[in-house]
Design a binder for this molecule. Sequence first.
Ligand SMILES: C=C(O[C@@H]1C=C(C(=O)O)C=C[C@H]1O)C(=O)O
Length: 114
Amino acid sequence: MTTSKPQEVDPAVSAELARLRDSIDNIDAAVVHMLAERFKCTQQVGHLKAAHQLPPADPSREAQQIERLRRLAESAKLDPAFAEKLLNFIIAEVIRHHERIADDAGGAAADAGE
Ligand SMILES: C=C(O[C@@H]1C=C(C(=O)O)C=C[C@H]1O)C(=O)O
């Protein structure tokens, strides 16, 4: 096992590590903001579906998205299997939101005697 002695790190290495970590922090912030925007859109889709009695999940749309994202990942030199797993993880959360919105809308309609 190697032992690390942070106080002996070459200052040039520390500076390069700090520069890269600054970029990583900026990218992570962009990912969070983009995900927040995506969830704002999917929330609206959830309300539209609930208002028109459409199912929370749309497997044929998901299959198209996965196909497209795998192609984009390949051309960006990102592992397509990782891209697919990430999209499936996000979509599963969206579907959970849509189910909750539909349940809430169903309950509200029942309360109103519809
Ligand atoms: C957002 C939608 O609802 C679900 C979530 C999806 C997504 O997060 O991209 C895609 C398909 C649906 O299973 C949709 O139908 O467009």
